[in-house]
Design a protein around this ligand. Structure first.
Ligand code: ADP
Length: 493
């Protein structure tokens, strides 16, 4: 009898494995960080070997904690950092360059030029706004800068993959070269309407078609691992981009369901069902995770600085000793005393789109104390989220009825309550906030028959914590208008 599904959560700074039991409860987990490589300002890379070894280490460490062995694992599901690019030699398996990470800005100038000329055409096909963030221009950079790479790619000797795809290829010892719809939809080479790689986009970004993997549903057959690597031959039954994994793990599988992950930044994703919503507010459209041949569409917006503002109060200013202390401090005062905090450390993303503006703490008086500033920082996370949700509602011409929350900062009860107050809808925080890993495990478990009913499995961990709106509408309107005023002082609009 197999006992577990192993979720491989391959993130930007660490690799984690969470073992989920037959009821869908986390039984054990382990996590290893790996180094970030910054060759120049604005450039970010990972050593591909460290991605693989940290992932496998975490797998064996999690098994040990559970007192289990690899033969107890029914299947593996992979959730991965999205957009990051690996190009490797088809014959030796050796990457020709480090993985270029999603955060890397090295291709920004090229992308600005493409955007000016073909931005609309690219959006029509991919749902994305041309940016260095997505995979396409990073592949091009490798082919243009690694000796012989372009020629070898054209001859079919090099392969491209996002991190899920590379892990699958390594784990199956080169037997499977495949990715899923969610990862493909972040490359900027994939037509999200026809569900095919696009020849024109391949030409535009100089990526030979033959480098690209086959694209499958997120929960599907991705081959069987080599026993040499994982201790037993284990089926890989899911691959999914981390944010879409969390969306699936949060059971946002119906049109209008929306979740926000409160981490370093925020990632808001809304399932829009069969509708590919054309955003008027700079949000992007991507594909949702699923098991069928036709994935749902997703409307996505992100907030660059969320939990990072709390980190800054802790590490930059020394105002608090721990992130968790922010909650107690925020609750120690009745309000911010008129202080507003706009954490535009790197400009502001959706829906303001101003990369040159910078942060501000406004409204300081002689009575302002550190609790007011900390409270204003927490409020800024919810207020930025409010603006993205509002943009989604405008694009959709419909209102959301609740928001599901996860991520490190969702542990903060003050933040959750304030978010509910501002949005005027309940916030639901699941009992298990490991939603990315859970989503990958759920997809893999459903795909191999280990789980039968997704909603029942999700419910087995207990009911979510629900934060019901309490603020009256006048207080809410006053706060939102003060926030608008603060934005006016920061944005160049
Ligand atoms: P990521 O996956 O982006 O690294 P996590 O989901 O682990 O982030 O969340 C970490 C972030 O959440 C940090 O920026 C941290 O400051 C913030 N954070 C963690 N706990 C709290 C808390 N109780 N209150 C507010 N912020 C918090």
């Amino acid at each position: 009898m197999k006992k577990y599904i192993a979720a491989f959560d391959q993130g930007t700074t660490s690799s984690r494995t969470v073992l989920f039991d037959g009821a869908g409860r986390p039984a054990a987990s382990a996590q290893f960080e790996f180094p970030q490589i910054y060759p120049r300002p604005g450039w970010v890379e990972h050593d591909c070997r460290e991605i693989v070894s940290s992932q496998l280490h975490s797998f064996f460490a999690a098994l040990e904690r559970a007192g289990a062995g690899p033969e107890d694992v029914a299947a593996i599901g992979i959730a991965n950092q999205r957009e990051t690019v690996v190009v490797w030699d088809k014959f030796t398996g050796r990457p020709v360059y480090n993985a270029i990470v999603w955060q890397c800005r090295r291709t920004a100038d090229f992308c600005a030029a493409v955007k000016a000329g073909q931005g609309e055409a690219v959006y029509q096909k991919t749902g994305l706004n041309v940016d260095a963030y997505f995979s396409a221009s990073k592949i091009r950079w490798i082919l243009d800068n690694v000796p012989f790479a372009r020629r070898r790619a054209e001859k079919g000797e090099l392969l491209f993959g996002t991190v899920d795809c590379y892990l699958v290829w390594v784990l199956t010892e080169g037997r499977v070269h495949a990715t899923d719809y969610t990862n493909a939809s972040r490359t900027m080479l994939f037509n999200i309407h026809t569900l095919e790689w696009d020849e024109e986009l391949c030409r535009l970004f100089g990526v030979p078609r033959q480098m690209l993997p086959e694209v499958r549903p997120s929960g599907a057959d991705y081959g069987v691992t080599s026993a040499k690597l994982t201790g037993a031959a284990i089926p890989v039954r899911a691959a999914v981009g981390d944010q879409q994994g969390a969306l699936f793990g949060q059971r946002c599988v119906r049109e209008g369901d929306v979740k926000n992950t409160y981490g370093t930044g925020c990632f808001l994703l809304m399932n829009t069902g069969r509708r590919a919503v054309r955003s008027q507010n700079g949000l992007v459209t991507t594909l949702a995770a699923g098991l069928g041949a036709r994935p749902d569409f997703v409307l996505e917006g992100s907030v660059f600085v969320a939990g990072a503002a709390i980190q800054w109060l802790r590490d930059g200013l020394g105002l608090i000793a721990s992130s968790a202390e922010s909650e107690e401090l925020a609750r120690s005062v009745p309000d911010t005393g008129g202080v507003l905090f706009v954490p535009a450390f790197v400009g502001l993303g959706a829906p303001y789109w101003d990369s040159a503006c910078r942060g501000m703490i406004y409204g300081i008086t002689r009575g302002t104390g550190r609790a007011h500033i900390v409270r204003a920082a927490l409020e800024s996370i919810a207020l930025q989220t409010f603006d993205v949700v509002h943009a989604m509602e405008q694009d959709l011409r419909a209102e959301i009825s609740r928001l599901r929350a996860d991520g490190g900062a969702s542990a903060n009860g003050f933040l959750m309550q304030f978010q509910a107050d501002m949005l005027g809808v309940p916030i639901e925080r699941p009992a298990v906030v490991e939603t990315t890993a859970f989503g990958a495990a759920l997809l893999a478990g459903l795909s191999c028959g280990f789980y039968a009913d997704a909603d029942a499995v999700a419910a087995s961990c207990g009911p979510p914590a629900v934060f019901v709106p309490q603020a009256d509408s006048a207080a809410r309107a006053e706060k939102l208008s003060a926030w608008e005023g603060a934005l006016d002082r920061v944005l160049r609009r």
